[in-house]
Design a protein around this ligand. Structure first.
Ligand code: AMP
Ligand code: MG
Length: 488
C-alpha cells in the first residue's frame, strides 16, 4: 500500500454561491472498484496536487467523486442549448458534476469537474454514466489539443469505476476528471435568459466577465464588451481548429464556451484527406457540423449568445440588437485574420508578404489538397522538406503533379522558412485508427497501446523514429467508413 498522503485539496464553490439558480447540489454515484486508467501528472502538478497522492485509494475516490473534500459543494450545472438547431430550454449536466474551483500554482482559478459520475436531475432519459472508451478519447484528444497550443479543457484523470455501462453492449464504466477555466457556455446564458430574470442574467454575465474577460468590466458597455470578447475568443479558436483539421462534431450552443476553450470531445476527429465536407459523427446526418462549416456554425452559435444578452446590452431592444449585430459583425474579419495569419505560418511565408500573393497561395494549396485527397497533416508537414530542397516526400502525396509543381515553384520562390514551419505543422495528431486501436484495447483491459499514443500526440512537432507509426495515415480501408458516436 502506498504511504503517500491523501490529496489535500481546497475547493471553492464560487459558481454555486454566486449563481445558485444555475446549480443543483448533487453527489456522485458510488464507484464499486475504482482503477486508475490515466493520470495527467504535469497537470496535477500545475494544479498543486501531488500525483502520488492521487494514485492512492483515497485519491481515486476524489477523482470519481465519492470522497468530497471538506468544504466542497458539488453541483450539477443548469444550461440550455440549441442542439442541431433546435432549442432545448433545459439541458444541464446530466452525467457530470462541478466539484468546485481550485486555484492553481500560477494563481488561476480552475474548475474541477467530473463526467460520468451518475444521473443528476438533468439526466432526462440518460443513465448518467460514461464508458471507458469515450472518456479516454476525451483524455487523448484534449491533451493533443493542449500540446498543439489550442485552448481546451484538460483531462486530469480517467478512472474506471468497476461498474458496467449498457450501450450497444455492456462496457466498462469510467469517470473523467476534467479541468477547465470554467464550464460557462453559450447555453448557460440561454438558460438564464429563458428564466426571464434579468438580474440573474446580469449576475451570470458579471461572473463570466470576472473569470474570463475582466477588461470588459472597464468598458463603456461591459456586457457588449463581454460579447465582443467571446466573439474574438471563438473566432481565434475555430481558426486554430481549421488549421489542424479538427472536426468538433457537435457544436451545439451548450458545447461553446465563454472562455474560448474547446469543450466536449464526443464525436470529434481529425481530418485525414483534406475535404471541407468531412463529417465523422454518426448523428450528424445532414452534415451541419462538417469540417468546412465550423466557422459559420460558430458565428451562428454566437448569434444565440447575442440574443441571450440583449436585455443587458441596452434597455431599448432595437438599440441592443443594433449593437449586438455590429459586434457579431467582427466575427468574420477576426476569423479571417486569425485564419490567414495561421495559414501563412503553415506555409512558412515571410512576414509582410502582400495579401494579394499570400491569399491565393493558401487557397490554391487547399484546393490541391482536396482534389488529390491528400492527408491534411502530412500535406503541410512535408512541405518543410520541400522548403529545404527535398520536394519528393510532399510531391508524392499528389496525383496532379503538374499542378503541384506549378504551385510549388511559386511558393518556393518566396523562400519559405522550413524551421518555422516545423514549429507550427504537427507531425503527430490523434489519428483515428490509432485512437480506436488504443480505446478498443483499453476497453478490453489492455492499456499498453495508450502510452505511446499519448506520447506521440503530446509531442506533436517532434520527429522521432520510435513514433513513426503515429505519423502515418490510416490504411485505405479504414478512413472511408470511419464514424464517431456522441453521448456515449
Ligand atoms: P453533449 O454530448 O455534451 O452535447 O450532451 C448533451 C446533453 O446530454 C447534456 O445535457 C448532457 O449532460 C446530456 N447527456 C449526455 N449523455 C448522457 C448520459 N449518458 N446520461 C445523462 N445525460 C447525458
Ligand atoms: Mg456538452
Amino acid at each position: 500500500m502506498s504511504l503517500a498522503p491523501a490529496p489535500t485539496l481546497s475547493l471553492d464553490d464560487r459558481f454555486a454561491r454566486e449563481l445558485p439558480e444555475l446549480a443543483v447540489a448533487w453527489q456522485a454515484d458510488d464507484a464499486p472498484d475504482p482503477r486508475l486508467l490515466a493520470l495527467n501528472e504535469p497537470l496535477a502538478t500545475e494544479l498543486g496536487l501531488d500525483p502520488a497522492a492521487l494514485r492512492t485509494a483515497e485519491g481515486l475516490r476524489l477523482l470519481v467523486g465519492t470522497a468530497v473534500p471538506a468544504g466542497a459543494n458539488p453541483v450539477a450545472q443548469a444550461y440550455a442549448g440549441h442542439q442541431f438547431g433546435g432549442f432545448v430550454p433545459r439541458l444541464g449536466d446530466g452525467r457530470a458534476l462541478l466539484l468546485g474551483e481550485l486555484t492553481d500554482v500560477a494563481g488561476r482559478l480552475r474548475d474541477l469537474h467530473l463526467k460520468g459520475s451518475g444521473r443528476t436531475p438533468f439526466a432526462r432519459g440518460g443513465d448518467g454514466l460514461a464508458a471507458v472508451g469515450p472518456m479516454l478519447r476525451e483524455h487523448v484528444i484534449s491533451e493533443a489539443m493542449h500540446a498543439l497550443g489550442i485552448p481546451t479543457t484538460r483531462s486530469l484523470a480517467v478512472v474506471a469505476t468497476g461498474r458496467s455501462v449498457r450501450r450497444e453492449t455492456l462496457l466498462p464504466g469510467a469517470v473523467l476528471a476534467r479541468v477547465a477555466s470554467s464550464h460557462l457556455r453559450v447555453g448557460s446564458f440561454q438558460y438564464a435568459r429563458v428564466t426571464g430574470d434579468t438580474e440573474l442574467l446580469r449576475r451570470l454575465a458579471d461572473h463570466a466577465i470576472s473569470r474570463h474577460h475582466p477588461d470588459a468590466a472597464q468598458a463603456e458597455n461591459p456586457y457588449l464588451a463581454l460579447f465582443a470578447a467571446v466573439v474574438t475568443a471563438q473566432a481565434e479558436l475555430v481558426a486554430r481548429w481549421m488549421q489542424v483539421g479538427f472536426v468538433h462534431g457537435v457544436m451545439n450552443t451548450d458545447n461553446v464556451t465563454i472562455s474560448g476553450e474547446t469543450i466536449d470531445y464526443g464525436p470529434c476527429a481529425f481530418l485525414e484527406a483534406h475535404d471541407p465536407a468531412t463529417v465523422y459523427s454518426s448523428i450528424d446526418a445532414g452534415g451541419r457540423y462538417a469540417y468546412g462549416n465550423q466557422p459559420i456554425v460558430a458565428e451562428w452559435d454566437l448569434a444565440r449568445l447575442a440574443e441571450a444578452l440583449l436585455p443587458l446590452i441596452a434597455e431599448d431592444q432595437e438599440r441592443a440588437i443594433e449593437l449586438a449585430v455590429a459586434a457579431l459583425g467582427e466575427f468574420r474579419p477576426q476569423y479571417d485574420a486569425a485564419w490567414s495569419a495561421g495559414m501563412r505560418a503553415k506555409l512558412g511565408l515571410p512576414d509582410g508578404l502582400d495579401d494579394a500573393v499570400a491569399a491565393p497561395l493558401v487557397e490554391e494549396y487547399l484546393t490541391l489538397l482536396q482534389a488529390g485527397h491528400v492527408d491534411h497533416t502530412l500535406g503541410f508537414r512535408r512541405l518543410s522538406a520541400a522548403a529545404r530542397g527535398d520536394v519528393e516526400p510532399v510531391r508524392n502525396l499528389f496525383l496532379d503533379l503538374a499542378s503541384f509543381d506549378a504551385w510549388s515553384e511559386r511558393w518556393r520562390a518566396l523562400a519559405p522558412d522550413a524551421d518555422a514551419m516545423d514549429r507550427v505543422n504537427p507531425l503527430h495528431i490523434p489519428r483515428n485508427h490509432l485512437v480506436e486501436e488504443a480505446l478498443t484495447a483499453a476497453t478490453e483491459g489492455d492499456l499498453a497501446p495508450l502510452a505511446p499514443l499519448l506520447d506521440a500526440v503530446t509531442h506533436p512537432y517532434e520527429e522521432r523514429p520510435d513514433l513513426e507509426r503515429y505519423a502515418t495515415p490510416a490504411p485505405a480501408d479504414f478512413g472511408a467508413t470511419y464514424q464517431t458516436f456522441c453521448g456515449t
